[in-house]
Design a binder for this molecule. Structure first.
Ligand code: AP5
Ligand code: ZN
Length: 217
């Protein structure tokens, strides 16, 4: 399957994508994780992205689209993928349509995770990420690791993201409303959209997501 996951910052896209990708045997492609990997490796792309990310703004399309395209065209994504954090504006959604058309493939569905703003703020405030693998995501209250600051899956060190500050989160939410929300209607018009509530336990949200995606198979 080829799926796009959309939802506000802190909705649980990364958390759900990690489980869904395993269940569906497709790679989880997160542009946020790709940027963070570039930052930790000190690449020129990472250096360019960091200032935008720390401020909560979108990295320019010229950089983002090329990076996402390269990742989508890797052999492990030839039978499907789960896109998390891409596309994030109408320009990127149109670029994705072109990439897919060139490759002779199409999306199966777009899963929209709905969460009220006060809840995403709480989720982001307690989030911890694994240094070895950005898809290993924890929350100090809702989803704590067994040992404090140590990843259950790989033993890696857990850290707080540099863009999880109050100021950057405020900007990220604003950017979500103005730039990303329009893609929800874009995909609705194409008959691809399924919306679920992302409130409740992680497992409950996964069950809802799997049931919603079944309709798109
Ligand atoms: P990105 O990394 O994509 O961040 P985001 O969209 O802001 O989303 P988050 O990662 O904050 O949240 P999430 O929905 O994945 O939630 P999570 O599962 O972690 O992007 C970061 C930056 O990179 C952007 O601001 C931009 O600068 C740049 N960027 C990335 N893509 C780009 C693009 N396409 N174009 C331009 N720029 C781009 O969960 C959050 C917390 O909640 C965790 O602690 C988790 O444990 C907890 N949680 C999850 N589910 C539940 C639940 N059901 N109940 C309770 N807690 C839960
Ligand atoms: Zn880990």
């Amino acid at each position: 399957m080829r799926i796009v996951l959309v939802g506000p910052p802190g909705a649980g896209k990364g958390t759900q994508a990690h489980v869904l990708a395993k269940t569906l045997s497709i790679p989880h492609i997160s542009t946020g994780d790709l940027f963070r990997a570039n930052i930790s490796q000190g690449t020129p792309l990472g250096l360019e992205a960091k200032a935008y990310m720390d401020a909560g703004r979108l990295v320019p399309d010229e950089v983002t689209i090329g990076m996402a395209k390269d990742r989508m065209l890797q052999p492990d994504a030839s039978h499907g993928f789960l896109l998390d954090g891409f596309p994030r504006n109408i320009g990127q959604a149109k670029a994705l349509d072109e990439i897919l058309a060139e490759a002779g493939i199409a999306l199966d569905g777009v899963l929209d995770l709905e969460v009220p703003e006060d809840e995403v703020v709480k989720r982001i405030a307690g989030r911890r990420l694994c240094r070895n693998d950005g898809s290993h995501v924890y929350h100090v209250v809702y989803n704590p690791s067994k040992v404090e600051d140590v990843c259950d899956e790989c033993g890696g060190e857990l850290y707080q993201r540099s863009d999880d500050t109050e100021e950057a989160v405020r900007v990220r939410l604003e950017v979500y409303h103005t730039e990303t929300e329009p893609i929800i209607e874009y995909y609705n018009q194409q008959g691809l959209l399924v919306t679920i509530s992302a409130l409740g336990k992680v497992d409950e949200v996964t069950e809802r997501a799997v049931a919603a995606l079944e309709q798109k198979k």
